[in-house]
Design a protein around this ligand. Structure first.
Ligand SMILES: *[C@@H]1O[C@H](CO)[C@@H](O)[C@H](O)[C@H]1NC(C)=O
Length: 272
């Protein structure tokens, strides 16, 4: 079972992916479900007090969990858990227990900071965009040990411009996931204001500034590659070991000695 932890990184893309996965599992026969890769998806993080849409996302994660976890057809293949009050104490338990971590912020936002390093050091594989430290981690652990997807920072301004000009064509899978939420399967809460932020081509709170719709198809394709890799235990284990082995650069020893040299200008003082 793959355990996935996400800390505040574009949870909307994550939960839309879970919703699509749930819909596909529902459409499968019991036989077909048996050949899929089971997952427990854990989502943590806090919503900024005035960020209504972030609060709606937390609500959506909880609503999806309530439906999926009590669905006897699906709940041995998919579980969704929102981890309240995520902090370093919780992280100490969750990070070593995770197998896949999602660092899926829009490229160029510099939002994938250092928690991805903690996951990589603990043998967890990463699915992510070319944002923040993901770029460095991928370089260190090797591209074959990293599940990459999404627009690059270089693409983002052009993609936003294209969207403004009405040239964005959403992937049918993305439309399907949104429609599924709007159908009311996850309860009576009105998710239209949240989903509307992904619609339209421009205007305040509209036009999908974070390119969730653009990244969605390549995100889902990368998730399929994750499932495939996980089914091959030997391959997954190898990727995991190489991921940890390649993460030495992110140790605090290296970081502190580099700071001492380049920023603080201090000599090391050996303890006898
Ligand atoms: C994290 O939160 C828990 C309660 O949810 C608390 O007991 C713990 O002390 C917190 N850890 C830190 C480092 O603040």
């Amino acid at each position: 079972m793959v355990v996935v932890v996400v800390v505040l990184r574009l949870q909307l893309l994550n939960i839309l992916g879970v919703i699509y996965r749930y819909k596909k599992l529902k459409e499968m026969s019991p036989e077909e479900r048996k050949s899929t890769t089971s997952r427990t998806v854990m989502i943590g993080g806090k919503a900024f007090a005035t960020c209504t849409n972030a609060k709606r996302i937390v609500k959506l994660v909880n609503d999806v969990g309530a439906v999926v976890n009590s669905d006897p057809e699906v709940n041995s293949y998919l579980k969704v858990v929102f981890v309240p009050n995520y902090n370093v104490t919780v992280a100490e338990v969750l990070i070593p227990g995770s197998e896949l971590s999602q660092h899926i912020s829009t490229a160029g936002m510099e939002a994938s900071g250092t928690s991805n390093m903690k996951f990589a050091l603990n043998g967890c594989l990463i699915i992510g965009t070319l944002d923040g430290a993901n770029v460095e981690i991928r370089e260190e652990v090797g591209e074959e040990n990293f599940f990459l997807f999404g627009a690059t920072a270089e693409d983002v301004p052009r993609l936003r411009k294209e969207r403004e000009n009405g040239l964005f064509k959403p992937d049918p899978r993305f439309e399907e996931a949104k429609k599924f939420i709007r159908s009311g399967v996850f309860g009576s809460y009105d998710y239209n204001p949240l989903l509307d932020s992904l619609e339209g081509n421009s205007g305040y709170g509209r036009g999908d500034y974070f390119l969730v719709g653009y990244d969605f198809p390549s995100y889902m394709d990368a998730q399929e590659k994750v499932d495939e890799a996980y089914r091959d235990k030997k391959r997954w284990l190898k990727m995991s070991i190489l991921s940890t082995a390649g993460s030495g650069k992110f140790s605090s020893d290296r970081t502190i000695s580099q700071y001492a040299k380049e920023i603080w200008n201090i000599e090391e003082c050996r303890v006898p």
